[in-house]
Design a protein around this ligand. Structure first.
Ligand code: SR1
Ligand code: MG
Length: 409
């Protein structure tokens, strides 16, 4: 694996900008007034730069290992190329909801992109108790645009084959296959829960129906090459902004798509749904039932945004001779069912697996116990829902009941 390249530091970011004329036009490397490393994700270095004229830029560099754990867990930095390619493809489809990339350095795996430092990372905003209405629908639209615009419904046959080939991303997919689908029930030594939640984790692992469902989810993930999906669309992969004094977003942008590949459309929807359940678990744990219900309402908003964007674009499908209206309805029904399967996977792994969420982890232990238990139980209940029963309101109701019952104090 490539690892002999120079890592950026706060002292060398100006040199990088200086070496790329396209970047030196966007920010003045000789008059930087602020340079901060702001990466708080699991994987990469992220620098925020501002110059004396108030212009900003983000430089993100992929490390050759997992930042969360250190050098003991190597990870290919070529993942940055998958992120750049997918961000560019997605931005072309829906510019208002995808961060803009300005430049990519393939030798040092550095992506330069627009400064969104006036935005919140959505997860952080949720954890602060802030409201950004419109974000859930916007991310649904994003998934709908990507589902239609990068798939066989849009791309000419050879272009599709080339796009699929260019997005083969096995190293990152393997991480998801292990962490999201296998390890919640088969601990590879990376799992952890509070002592009080050990019986919950054991019950999950012993739940034949759940594990069988995760086997199916993993199979779908590995075989269903429908569209160039984001691949890690949790609330930490979305930036949100609302005008001062408003709770309605005027800007929502997906970013951080290094896990992108040609995979199942429903994986992105399920990741969003799961993180709404996790946000609701936090709200219940903090005694805010109204906020929990609001969070669970985002399941419907994301679905509606997705469905309406996809239906609108459907008019332009390549082969309406055979891709008729009944097939559209079948596609949507299948994605709805698969979304809750993928949501269950994401919910379970965020509780027992290696990559947890601040929503749950920053709760005091006495209430974290119940929040974690509720999310695990909701995951087990989601996979038991039959066919068309699993509408967004049904899922929201089931999650609400489960999280409420599981509360501890
Ligand atoms: C080792 S990477 C762990 C997790 O971080 C990323 O954000 C993905 O969600 C991945 O599963
Ligand atoms: Mg990420």
């Amino acid at each position: 694996m490539t690892s002999d390249y120079e890592f950026l530091t706060v002292d060398t970011v100006a040199d990088h900008v200086r070496s790329v004329p396209a970047l030196a036009q966007r920010i003045d490397p000789d008059h930087l007034v602020s340079v901060r490393e702001i990466g708080d994700g699991n994987l990469n270095l992220v620098f925020l730069l501002h110059d004396a004229s108030g212009r900003g830029l983000i430089l993100k560099q992929a490390l050759p290992y997992v930042r969360m754990t250190g050098e003991g867990w190597p990870m290919t930095p070529t993942r940055a190329r998958f992120e750049v390619d997918s961000l560019r493809a997605h931005h072309a489809l829906l510019p208002e909801h995808v961060v803009e990339v300005f430049h990519y350095d393939p030798d040092r795996f550095i992506i330069a992109m627009e400064d969104l430092s006036d935005h919140w990372v959505w997860r952080a905003a949720l954890n602060e108790g802030l409201t950004h209405d419109g974000a859930a629908a916007a991310m649904g639209r994003y998934v709908g645009a990507v589902a239609f615009g990068t798939s066989a419904l849009t791309l000419e046959r050879t272009a599709l084959a080339q796009a699929v080939a260019a997005a083969v991303n096995p190293e990152l997919c393997l991480i998801t296959e292990d962490l999201v689908f296998s390890e919640p029930s088969v601990d590879a030594g990376r799992n952890s829960v509070l002592e009080q939640n050990k019986p919950d984790a054991d019950d999950l692992a012993a739940d034949e129906e759940f594990v069988t469902a995760m086997g199916r989810a993993k199979w779908l993930f590995m075989t269903k090459s429908e569209a160039l999906i984001h691949g890690d669309l949790h609330t930490g992969s979305v930036m949100v902004h609302a005008p001062e004094g408003s709770t309605t977003c005027d800007s929502v942008k997906a970013f951080d798509s290094e896990f992108a590949f040609y995979g199942p459309v429903a994986f992105d929807l399920g990741a969003l749904w799961a993180n709404y359940v996790i946000a609701a678990a936090r709200a219940y744990a903090l005694g805010n039932a109204a906020r929990a219900i609001w969070a669970l309402g985002m399941i419907q908003q994301t679905w509606d945004g997705f469905e309406s964007e996809f239906r609108t674009r459907w008019a332009d499908r390549r082969d309406p001779r055979v891709w008729r209206e009944p097939f559209l309805e079948q596609l949507l029904a299948t994605w709805s069912e698969e979304s809750r399967l993928f949501a269950a996977a994401e919910m379970s792994r965020r509780i027992v697996g290696a990559a947890k969420t601040k929503d749950i982890e920053t709760l005091p232990e006495n209430v974290r116990e119940g929040a974690a238990r509720g999310v695990l139980l909701a995951a087990r209940r989601f996979v038991r829902i039959q066919g068309a029963d699993g509408t967004p309101p049904y899922l929201a109701g089931l999650a609400a009941d489960t999280l409420r019952e599981s509360r501890t104090s």
